[in-house]
Write a protein that binds this ligand. Structure first.
Ligand code: SF4
Length: 456
């Protein structure tokens, strides 16, 4: 099949355009199955988690810092508004949560491969606060000698070289900075401001300080045009960050839903969005930037790379989600409950799912498909005692007919264009899984919008 034929099939059969598009993270196909963990059960539950980590030599650590000082229209994490007092309280609870969890022995005998500080804007906390978190992690667990420690950062929180140097000095060795576009009109519409000169300075300062740096970009922003996207790419070519991520604008924030209701002309039409995804992916590929669907190593995306390899994630902070191979659990989202439980020396676990074997198999598929080598069929057979080509036969036959999946070197992997449109391929799989379970489990189109926004 020619490349054009594959692209046409993807466009007609898989592509979630701007009017109906709802992005689903690969992990999130079982939200309806969560069970509550009562405070009195938290200790026992952690024992079960510990048991499920048997045999794991390395883990990932995620720290959630859900505070931010503005609300971007594309925000899907609904952070709390920055507030010194609230952040101080959160920090002291977080430190205690790390201590309480480590006491349960979750980290005993294993190393931490990567740490990821996400949010919100982690750098809305002062360097001394971030240092306290990193110190607490190093004293509570064994960080690998070459542990990658990433912090997400808003450009406005990196006003000068000194802040970046200090972050490097306290142990952050990778930054992930949101930019999304350099188009001033779109940025203003989205409640953001960042200039090419500012991002270029941040990239240089980070690299001079010995860090690597990723710049997050988006397609499908309100009023975005092909011309604007191409201009962004030419600016990125000049700046040359170590990693770039292009994702599609996920329309979940009520603010952007309202904007689209008032100005329907700002919604990027499906054909233009398709071209934007194609052009940005082609650019990423040509310029040596790895992305979901074609990760080959841990250089540009260490935390993500090991996550896709199914390394367990132990997460700290309110709403933070942890994963072992068989259990997924969330911390309480509500800050009052979160701090109340910690004050009583209880690890604030709110809900969990024990993944069935079928869910584990689909999770393996969805995660490993995002690696260039794809789903390792030998490992799959060894773990589940089943042949993946038989388990996923219907999906495999449809998606390979569409020109999106292939078998190569013992893996089920994405083709070139399957990888460019990895989100659509994964969404197709998620939809198929949901449909198999029940006709009522359908994803909500974005036009319905999100329901919460904390900063307004
Ligand atoms: S997207 Fe904007 S509002 Fe949301 S956390 Fe990032 S900087 Fe804050």
């Amino acid at each position: 099949m020619s490349g054009n034929e594959v692209l046409n099939i993807i466009r007609n059969k898989l592509f979630y355009g701007s009017t109906d598009y709802t992005k689903s993270q690969p992990d999130l196909f079982t939200p309806h199955k969560f069970r509550i963990v009562a405070p009195s059960q938290a200790e026992n539950f952690l024992e079960i988690v510990k048991e499920s980590l048997t045999g794991e030599e390395e883990v990932l650590v995620y720290v959630h810092l859900p505070f931010c000082f503005s609300e971007c229209l594309f925000c899907n994490s609904f952070p709390f508004k920055v507030d010194r007092e609230a952040q101080d309280e959160y920090l002291s609870n977080l430190l205690k949560e790390i201590e309480l969890t480590a006491k349960h022995g979750l980290f005993a005998g294993r190393k931490v491969r990567c740490v990821y500080l996400g949010g919100g804007t982690p750098t809305s906390f002062a360097n001394r606060d971030i240092k306290q978190i990193l110190d607490k992690l190093s004293s509570s667990m064994d960080l690998a000698a070459d542990c990658n420690i990433t912090s997400e950062a808003h450009p406005l929180t990196l006003p000068d070289k000194n802040r970046i140097k200090e972050l490097s000095a306290i142990g952050i060795n990778r930054l992930s900075c949101g930019c999304q576009t350099f188009d001033p009109e779109i940025l203003q519409r989205c409640n953001r401001q960042n200039t090419p000169a500012q991002i270029e300075r941040i990239v240089r300062d980070a690299q001079d300080a010995g860090m690597t740096i990723n710049i997050d970009m988006m397609t499908g922003l309100p009023g975005q045009t092909m011309e604007s996207v191409k201009k962004d790419l030419s600016i990125l070519e000049k700046i040359r960050p170590d990693a770039v991520e292009y994702i599609r604008h996920e329309i979940v924030n009520p603010l952007v839903v309202k904007l689209y209701q008032d100005n329907p002309g700002l919604v990027v039409d499906n054909d233009t969005l398709f071209e934007m995804v194609y052009v940005t992916q082609e650019w990423m590929s040509t310029n040596g930037y790895e992305q979901n669907g074609r990760f080959t190593n841990d250089k540009q995306w260490p935390y993500r790379y090991y996550w896709l390899k199914e390394m367990p994630i132990i997460a700290f902070g309110s709403r933070a989600r942890s994963y072992t191979r068989t259990i997924c659990y969330d911390k309480h989202e509500e800050l009052t409950t979160y701090s109340h439980m910690i004050r009583k020396d209880i690890v604030p676990i709110g809900r969990y799912i024990t993944l069935s074997e079928r869910e584990q198999m689909y999770r393996s598929l969805l995660l490993q498909l995002q690696l260039k080598s794809g789903l390792d069929m030998n490992l799959f057979r060894a773990r589940f005692n089943r042949d993946p080509l038989e388990v996923f036969s219907k999906l495999y036959s449809t998606l390979s007919e569409y020109g999106c999946l292939k078998q190569e070197d013992g893996g089920i992997c994405l083709t070139k264009y399957g990888a460019y449109f990895v989100e659509d391929v994964c969404d197709y799989i998620i939809d198929a899984v949901l449909k198999e379970e029940s006709d009522s489990l359908i994803r909500t189109p974005h036009s319905v919008g999100g329901t919460s926004s904390r900063l307004t």
